[in-house]
Structure formats: structure tokens, C-alpha cells
Design a protein around this ligand. Structure first.
Ligand SMILES: [Fe+2]
Ligand SMILES: [Fe+2]
Length: 401
């Protein structure tokens, strides 16, 4: 199969992106061109960027109107930007026997020799270069050919040129227009335009509904983790009803509490270092603990949650902490007792206690957790012990009265 790849941020994907993909497909006789949105957008106005999942979805919707143009999720789950050679080598390895062409603009062609490992890139894939078909087309063609000559004589490679209708349209400009309330319907494919409007993307405040989040979480997490997440979500809702906590908050916190569980220990550590989230001694020893604080960070940045109470409940769901809010307690307990859990001792008693007296349930959970960790000679997070001491004292003092 002949495959073209058009990488980018696609924040948002606009008409020119789709036209470029369609033109490349026609010119080079490709079977399919994949728009490949990157996982982490490089632009600086991050607060107004759409999440990776929205960018993916917009590409998918827009591509439906273009024959042979599709979207690939190959890069979308990457939390740090990858060098092109590495992405393309991996992609080529996963598509043995396919003829792959990486599409780029003439600016990129001019810089290609300065990229990291361009020799590996041109070995992994062919290159298709877009040349603006305006009045300076002949000059641009000449320059492109000269540059290709320089590249091939230095590192080899297989290059083709693709003439495109010139346009100065840019995603940055579209985001700015939306922010200032200008009409952008001419710049976007209608279905993408509707998507942006219905979710208020690029406006001052973005909103996601539960169905969107549920879909994203389902795709992101392993099957068993997703099942657990839904279990936590509904158990948290039930506890919220019992303790007069906002049910929507409990639902959202439950849905997102393990959203960073798709990352392994190394990824979590790298992520925390990169985003200055800080790593405690305990987290250094047991990096999986980091999924709580990374989860809170992603809930804010990727899912647009700006309620500090929800973010806090996600951040402390693994260890708990002294002076938890009721929402914190609800998530902490729901995580332990949700219906898919079956291994912990005393589950039946703790489940019943959770609905009678949530603080006693917390003490029982921490008591069992500490016993479990000690018995196996595992490292004990001091915060878990601190939380236990804090709530045990409350229960003891209550009993004395
Ligand atoms: Fe968790
Ligand atoms: Fe969990």
C-alpha cells in the first residue's frame, strides 16, 4: 500500500490541511494519506490549545469528507514530542512492505539536514515536498530541486514535489479569530467548525462533557483499568449522594482519578520532571504513586477541569492526606471499595462501613493497607501513615466521648 503521512499539531485542522493531504494523494498516486496529529502541541498559548483527543477527533471528522484521507493515532498518546526520524522508523517498522511518503513543506526541506538523524529518516521513508504554486513557482521548484540535490548527495533519499494552491491560512490565526469572536467558517470544514462551536474550543473557557471524557478514558486505559474507573465513578456518585457531596464533582473526579495510569513508572517520572511537579522521596521509591499528581495535572490541562477541589481529590486518591474534604474522602474510599475490587480483606465490612461512617471506613482501609505493605516488606509512604494517624485519632476520640 502507498501511504502518505502529514504530521502536525492540527489545532485546529483547517481546509488547507485537508487540501494538502488530498493533493498529495492525487499527485503521488497514494492509496491513503494519514493526518498524524502530535501528542503534545509545541505552541506557547497552551491555555487555549485543544486537547490531543479533540485535535484527533477534528481530524477524523474533517477527513471523512476527503477521499483517501484518514487520521492516524500513532503519535497522539505520546506525552513528549518525538523526533520525526524516530516516529517514522517506528511507523515504517509497523507497516512492513508498505511504501511510505512523509509529507513536508519547503521550509522543512531546507532545514532537513539540520534535523536529528535525517539520514535515518530518508532511509525509513520517502519524502514528498509541497511547493507553493504561485507566480514564483518556477523559482521555488528550482530551489527545491537544488536542495534535494544537496540532500541526496549527502545522505541519499527519495524525493517528490507536490504543487499546492498557496494559502497563508494558519491554525494560530484561526485560534485568534475564534477568541476574538470573528467568523472562521470559511477557513474550516463545516463539520470541524460545528465541533469547535459546540464545545466552545479556543474560546476563553473550554468545556467537555462526561460522554466525551468517558470515551477518551476508555481509549486511553487498559480494559480492566477502564472497568475499575467506571466502578469508582459510580461508587463515588453513590457515596456523594449519601454524604451530600456534589454528584457531578464526584463523577468527574471518579472518571479522571486514574487518567494517568496509562503511563509506566519511567514515563511518570519523566513527566513530573518535565512539568516541575516535584517528586517526593516516597514517590521516587514507588513511582506509580505519581499517577495521582500527574492525573490531576492532566485533568486540568487535557480535560479542562479547573475546579481545585476535584483536582485535589484526584491528587490525593492513592495515599489520602490529613484534613481531606468530603470529596477527597469519597474518591479515596470509592477507589478501594468499587465493585470490581475483590482482593482486599474485610471488603464487605468496609463497603458497609463506607455508607455508615466514611471516616471509620478510611481508618479500616488505611489500617489494612499499612498491614499489607508492612507484611510484604514494601516501602511505606509516610503520607499514608500520617493520614492513618490523623483519622484514627478522630475515631478514637469520638469513641471516648
Ligand atoms: Fe489510582
Ligand atoms: Fe483507581
Amino acid at each position: 500500500m502507498k501511504i502518505g503521512i502529514l504530521g502536525g499539531t492540527f489545532d485546529p485542522p483547517h481546509r488547507v490541511h485537508f487540501n494538502m493531504a488530498a493533493t498529495a494523494r492525487q499527485t503521488l498516486g497514494l492509496d491513503v494519506v494519514y493526518l498524524m496529529p502530535c501528542g503534545t502541541p509545541p505552541h506557547k498559548d497552551g491555555s487555549h490549545a485543544a486537547s490531543r483527543f479533540y485535535r484527533y477527533e477534528m481530524c477524523r471528522l474533517g477527513a471523512m469528507g476527503y477521499l483517501g484521507v484518514e487520521v492516524s493515532d500513532f503519535e497522539i498518546y505520546q506525552l513528549t514530542p518525538n523526533y520525526s526520524y524516530s516516529t517514522l522508523e517506528r511507523f515504517a517498522a509497523e507497516h512492513p512492505g508498505d511504501d511510505i511518503t512523509f509529507l513536508m513543506g519547503q521550509d522543512s526541506l531546507n532545514m532537513l539536514l539540520k534535523w536529528v538523524h535525517p539520514e535515518r529518516l530518508v532511509k525509513a521513508v520517502k519524502i514528498g515536498v509541497f511547493v507553493r504554486g504561485d507566480e514564483s513557482y518556477d523559482k521555488l521548484m528550482r530551489e527545491a530541486n537544488e536542495q534535494i540535490e544537496r540532500i541526496t548527495s549527502s545522505i541519499g533519499g527519495h524525493f517528490s514535489l507536490i504543487r499546492i494552491t498557496p494559502s497563508d491560512l494558519s491554525a494560530t490565526q484561526i485560534r485568534e479569530s475564534i477568541r476574538s469572536g470573528r467568523d472562521v467558517s470559511g477557513d474550516l470544514v463545516p463539520v470541524v467548525c460545528d465541533f469547535i462551536k459546540s464545545r466552545g474550543l479556543y474560546a476563553d473557557k473550554m468545556e467537555m462533557d462526561y460522554t466525551d471524557i468517558e470515551k477518551i478514558i476508555k481509549k486511553k486505559l487498559k480494559k480492566s483499568r477502564y472497568r475499575h474507573t467506571i466502578g469508582v465513578c459510580y461508587t463515588a456518585c453513590a457515596l456523594a449522594m449519601r454524604y451530600d457531596v456534589d454528584v457531578d464533582d464526584a463523577r468527574l473526579a471518579g472518571l479522571l482519578h486514574d487518567c494517568a495510569k496509562s503511563m509506566d513508572d519511567n514515563e511518570l517520572t519523566r513527566f513530573c520532571k518535565k512539568h516541575d511537579l516535584g517528586i517526593t522521596k516516597a514517590e521516587e521509591k514507588s513511582p506509580h504513586l505519581l499517577h495521582s499528581k500527574v492525573g490531576a495535572y492532566l485533568a486540568k490541562k487535557e480535560f479542562g477541569v479547573d475546579d481545585d477541589e476535584i483536582l485535589h481529590a484526584i491528587a490525593v486518591h492513592t495515599t489520602g492526606c490529613p484534613e481531606m474534604s468530603l470529596l477527597d474522602m469519597v474518591i479515596f474510599v470509592a477507589d478501594y471499595i468499587e465493585p470490581n475490587r475483590y482482593e482486599a480483606p474485610r471488603l464487605t465490612e468496609i463497603r458497609q462501613m463506607a455508607f455508615r461512617d466514611i471516616i471509620s471506613a478510611i481508618v479500616m482501609i488505611l489500617d489494612d493497607t499499612i498491614f499489607y505493605v508492612r507484611e510484604r516488606g514494601m516501602y511505606m509512604d509516610p503520607l499514608t501513615e500520617e493520614t492513618y494517624v490523623y483519622y484514627k485519632k478522630i475515631v478514637d476520640e469520638r469513641e471516648e466521648v
